[in-house]
Design a binder for this molecule. Structure first.
Ligand code: COA
Length: 371
């Protein structure tokens, strides 16, 4: 069996950033407007007044200071609270494919390769802008890749699950190189009017090029991947193709991201730490022998807790880099951004763990060794 190499990664960062302060000004303007409109019902006690958000709470509860978005004005408009994207004709590149292509080309350029060198494209993300044709096939055509392409979705674990699928294709000999692309336009499935979660997400696209060992130089060998899922309704989004058949309101609260944040925190942290520890043990490693953990970026305290459980001490930014302060939670792309921005300083032979966790629940870990 061939070895699989994570040869290169790519990143596309949208041009617009929203600080917590800007976000809270717009959210609180919306709250004032809603409370004004419902003042009689509030006075009667029929409904409770909406509460304001606070940038201090956001940073303290999550570690997030700002997030990037593909469109800013619509998100910050209290009359809209959602990005404003223009529908594109069928013969134009879709926005999700467009940002995916930018990340894919960044990864290819880092490897000194072009689309024609790629045998397969997996678009792995927490949401696709349409069911078909696959966004992956559109990306495949745009970069001139050969072979096959398909979309897959395991929410925040899409990237690690996609990389493991790509590594298996390379190991089995069915492909020489597979691109895994993660275009995350989370701003369009976040409920910006929900105080409990309006600050959580940001937009981005990442890509990783997985290559067969015998034709590869440099990069990281994927020593092993371990994937796990366990059904949970604690993070859920009911938007889907049955909505019209069910006469459902597609703007209803349950048609966007919603979660029980505390429950997720409590349930997922021990699962993720145990998963990583068991995966490392299978490969003959202990957590203390890992040079770096590139963890999913949902919440700073969550990452600190997982790293502390693994290392038996407080983790430094060198042990487990943080990018969510600038990027927020970018769903499946978070751990890949952490890897992309914080892998070049490591030395040959160093061991790293790239790990995602999120809705499903789903956990995916990849143990990597620098070549
Ligand atoms: N501004 C100000 N106060 C807020 C607020 C906001 N935007 N949102 C909530 N609060 C208040 C609540 O009303 C509550 O007040 P109370 O104690 O008077 O009732 C208090 O802050 C705590 O709220 P809670 O929802 O328990 O916050 P938390 O400490 O659990 O932090 C999250 C919220 C979402 C940051 C945190 O639960 C989390 O990150 N969970 C994991 C999320 C995750 O990883 N999801 C995966 C997605 S892929």
């Amino acid at each position: 069996m061939q070895s699989a190499i994570l040869r290169a990664s790519g990143l596309y960062t949208p041009p617009h950033s929203i600080s917590n302060e800007e976000l809270v000004v717009s959210f609180n303007a919306w709250v004032a407007q809603e409370n004004e409109a419902r003042s009689a019902a509030i006075a009667r006690g029929d409904v409770v007044a909406l509460q304001e958000s606070s940038s201090e709470f956001i940073e303290k509860a999550s570690g997030i200071k700002s997030r990037f978005v593909v469109e800013k004005q619509g998100v910050l408009d209290p009359q809209r609270m959602s990005p404003r994207l223009e529908a594109r004709p069928d013969d134009a590149l879709s926005i999700e494919a467009e940002i995916g292509v930018a990340a894919a080309l960044d990864a290819l350029s880092a490897a000194g390769l072009s689309g024609a060198d790629v045998d397969g494209v997996i678009c792995a993300a927490s949401n696709m802008q349409r069911p078909y044709p696959a966004i992956a096939i559109e990306i495949q055509a745009a970069i001139g890749a050969r072979g096959w392409a398909f979309d897959m979705n395991v929410a925040c674990s899409s990237a690690t699950f996609g990389i493991e699928m790509a590594a298996n294709a390379v190991r089995s000999g069915s492909a020489r190189r597979v691109l895994v692309v993660n275009p995350e336009i989370t701003s369009a499935h976040l409920e910006w009017r929900d105080r409990d979660c309006h600050f959580i997400f940001g937009d981005v696209a990442t890509a990783t090029l997985i290559e067969r060992g015998d034709i590869s130089s440099g990069g990281w060998e994927i020593l092993g991947g371990q994937l796990a899922t366990q059904f949970s309704n604690s993070i859920r989004n009911n938007f889907g193709f049955l909505n019209p058949a069910e006469d459902a309101d597609t703007n209803a609260r349950d048609k966007r991201f919603r979660q029980e944040g505390r429950k997720v925190f409590k349930e997922v942290c021990p699962m993720a730490a145990a998963h990583i520890e068991a995966h490392l043990a299978d490969l003959g490693f202990a957590p203390g022998g890992v040079r770096r953990f590139w963890l999913h970026q949902a919440n700073l305290a969550m990452n600190q807790l997982i790293a502390r459980k693994l290392l038996g001490r407080e983790a430094t930014l060198d042990d487990a880099p943080v990018i969510l302060d600038r990027y927020a939670n970018t769903a499946s792309a978070g751990s890949v951004i952490a890897f992309h921005l914080h892998e070049k300083d490591l030395a040959r032979g160093d061991i790293g763990v790239l790990c995602s966790f999120g809705a499903g629940y789903s956990i995916g870990s990849l143990v990597l060794k620098k070549r």
